[in-house]
Design a binder for this molecule. Sequence first.
Ligand SMILES: Nc1ncnc2c1ncn2[C@@H]1O[C@H](COP(=O)(O)OP(=O)(O)O)[C@@H](O)[C@H]1O
Ligand SMILES: [Mg+2]
Length: 356
Amino acid sequence: MSSIVRPIRPWHVAVLANVKGQTEVPSDVPDADAEFDSPRTIDAIMAAIALDGHQVTFVPGDARLPQALQELKPDICFNIVEGMYGDAREAQIPALLELLRIPYTASRVLTSAIALDKTITKRIWQSFGLPTAAFQLFVTGTESLQRDLRFPLFVKPAREGSGMGMDAGSIVYDESTLRSRVQYIIQRYQQPALVETYLSGREFTVGVLGRADAHRYSRLPDRYAADGFMRLPVSEVDSADSVTPGVYGAQLKVMDLFMPGQADFRCPASIDATLTAQLQQLAIDAHCAIGACDVSRVDIRLAADGTPTLIEINTLPGMAPDYSDLALIINAAQLSHADLVREILYLGASRYGMLG
Ligand SMILES: Nc1ncnc2c1ncn2[C@@H]1O[C@H](COP(=O)(O)OP(=O)(O)O)[C@@H](O)[C@H]1O
Ligand SMILES: [Mg+2]
């Protein structure tokens, strides 16, 4: 394709991340390091970028970062910093990079803040007519229960990830259990509790990669559909017989893939072409509704009547090469982890005119 464009010169890429054991963890934030990356993940990302001919430097995503970046002056940052505290921790690095006017990959400030807040995200999806479970936000825990909520209900922190605060006890069948679970979440996580209809059907997670003009900047232009988005295989997680039955919660998210008590993962899921296409389109619509950029992973569950229903979107999906959901999806698509890294880098760089 003659319209494909490539970097004018090699870039200096800074990989920004919080790495387990290397970033100081605040003692007053529960599970603050739950989303930190392993050195293996960072090595894999750096190797993919270096092999493409760029210079690459790792910068830890903590309070030393502004000074480090001002000294380093990278052309672009490959950002996967989850952050540790605040109501929009995933938006902090994007905000800082915009202040310093340094290009970076994936979603920008506003979307990063929205995606971390599951309630705001659901309100936006509702306004686009996208299906998501009925819900109520409990700030004090004493609010009266909305009439449209029918048990069983599901209780979770309003803005966390990695299954934090979620196990089989998140599914509640009566009001007194609901109240005590809501109090537990508010107190432990120091944030409101989101209460939703429990979606009892099969669970899927769908990778989204692309943008309307992705063909032009991608290194793999033929892999994108006409609308600029890849149709990646849908992954199914079946937690029914796991240690947290019916919930893909924190305990499963840190367990080795083949340990007894782990959920079953199937990618591609054994579902027909119609449901596959429906789930892929729903994920793309959910991604576009909140203005996500280039990459995300969307969790979807079937409601009791079989309707695909949006749970949440991850605009910084886990990138561990051997076990994260997105890596398994990419692998099932016959792409490599390095392909994923380079697509995110190229799509990001193109937004700053860094490709010819
Ligand atoms: N409304 C719901 N109904 C049924 N299961 C849910 C619901 N919300 C969350 N879950 C379960 O809890 C898991 C984690 O919830 P999720 O909102 O995706 O949080 P996280 O950001 O930690 O991944 C989901 O993968 C799913 O198994
Ligand atoms: Mg999730």
